[in-house]
Ligand binder design. Sequence first.
Ligand SMILES: Cc1cc2nc3c(=O)[nH]c(=O)nc-3n(C[C@H](O)[C@H](O)[C@H](O)COP(=O)(O)OP(=O)(O)OC[C@H]3O[C@@H](n4cnc5c(N)ncnc54)[C@H](O)[C@@H]3O)c2cc1C
Length: 578
Amino acid sequence: MSDHDVVVVGGGAAGLRAALAIVQAQPQLSVAVVSKVYPMRSHTVSAEGGAAAAIAGDDSLDEHAYDTVSGSDWLCDQDAVEAFVEEAPRELLQLEHWGCPWSRQPDGEVAVRAFGGMKKMRTWFAADKTGFHLLHTLFQTSLRYPQIVRYDEWFATTLLRDENRVRGVVGIELATGRIEAVTGRAVVLCTGGCGRVFPFTTNGNIKTGDGMALAYRAGAPLKDMEFVQYHPTGLPFTGILITEAARAEGGWLLNKDGYRYLQDYDLGTPSPEPVLRSMELGPRDRLSQAFVHEQEKGNTVDTPYGPVVYLDLRHLGEKVIDAKLPFVRELCRAYERIDPVHELVPVRPVQHYMMGGVHTDIDGATGLAGLYAAGEVACVSINGANRLGSNSLPECLVFGRRAGIAAAEYAVAHKGAAPVVEAQVADERRRLEHDLLARRNGRERIADVRTDMQHTMEGSVGIFRDTESLVEGTEKLQELRERFDKATLEDTSRTFNTELVAALELGFMLDVAETMVASALRREESRGAHQRTDFPRRDDTRFLAHSLVSRVPSGAPQVEYLPVTITRWPPGERVYGR
Ligand SMILES: Cc1cc2nc3c(=O)[nH]c(=O)nc-3n(C[C@H](O)[C@H](O)[C@H](O)COP(=O)(O)OP(=O)(O)OC[C@H]3O[C@@H](n4cnc5c(N)ncnc54)[C@H](O)[C@@H]3O)c2cc1C
């Protein structure tokens, strides 16, 4: 057993920012960073477009806040949004001081670009590899602190509890199969999202909702799980993201007739700046929904990998593409064998981000003493029913820091004897060794159950949902759980047992999937990314509220509601004029 003061689970932007905040606030504390992959392989590394923070002369914190609130369809908590917009510029400057190479204008000022749903240019970027530079900056800064002890390639399987306080995790060291506790007086979950619950996603293989399920199993409710973001421009087959920056730099979306079909929808942004008036820069939920309507009208192009429309960048010219979108060109060449300088890029909506997550307050505290969460795993919430592009990276920084400081204070206030958790560790060892590794006679394969779950989720809680699809999804998930219980593990080795990891991840995903379908079924309205064809209108009387889903003793999800916090912006219509 290894004992620390605080255990951070996750080495992405939120996890590393939290770890740095802890050792800067309380240098005497020892911090474990447990990560199932080497930190630089966290999904943060793949973020392309940028990070939003209002700094330009004609911009203001209020405008960033208002865009975020209206973009969220009024489902965010406005106190959280106000803290977010205020701290975001400070965080991006802090990164600058730690060495992040933000792109510059010729006069040396930090460059900002337009992004969907933002009425001002406020997205900082490091070419189109923002996530890589941001994560690298945090990672190299973390190396300066000997108090930060890394557990790379350790897979957390459960949370440890002691007198109702969370006291650490049990983890498998993947290289050896060793099962050990990593304990502390507080735990910060920074495990990212759960895109792999869906078949077609921009998310890396590791995004399997582990932290959401860990918290849910331990008794912490999950919030707004019905809100799933689709990004309008994924490459067919791979789901690789073509960043919103491509449209921000002036790219167009064309249907099969070469027509900019978005002009037929209410999507543009009412902005004085010409580039921001572009209808291609409407918010992601509406653009993805417009795609489905075009498909219904027969205006998309069928390919072996599903229907597509085209992203046209040709008019931007080689110089702009190479300067501002080099990675887009690289991805198109490598994965589609096309050159966007001369050819149209086929794209279709792809699952991208999870607005919902572990319910926390503005300091990352969950309902469980000693348990904190930040980043995509958490729902604070600033994203409500729809996240604006480039708000997630600064969210990881702002709330990673806040959660780190709060967890550090908690750890200091709860100094004391080492936790008594041996019995739980022994139970977990037994579960992993006997229940999972000894599963030799099952009839089902993990990969088959996973594929069926992903297709069930797309059919049930995809871009549009209705009662029928959701009830069917609920029933299918129950069947899938029974099949999962009968699944077999063929690999019993200790060294990098990826089959065991896949089984544990599938167990987490099934829990998360159930909470998504249950929350979507209960919300009888359409708001942001949650579009019910049988309840097409927003209903503020009944549903201007967060859904909170908890696990009742039978194991089933139970949904309740919590009012949203409104400080300065009363609910209005989400109008995007042209
Ligand atoms: C392709 C792509 C492009 C994006 N572009 C942008 C953008 O331009 N701007 C923007 O604002 N947002 C963007 N996003 C969203 C944003 O990148 C993510 O929401 C954010 O990076 C999430 O960071 P995180 O720290 O919460 O989690 P992650 O970076 O996903 O890190 C999760 C960490 O948790 C660890 N972990 C998970 N489960 C376990 C477990 N069981 N045991 C141990 N460790 C575990 C992992 O090892 C990893 O270190 C993009 C997302 C994608 C997928």
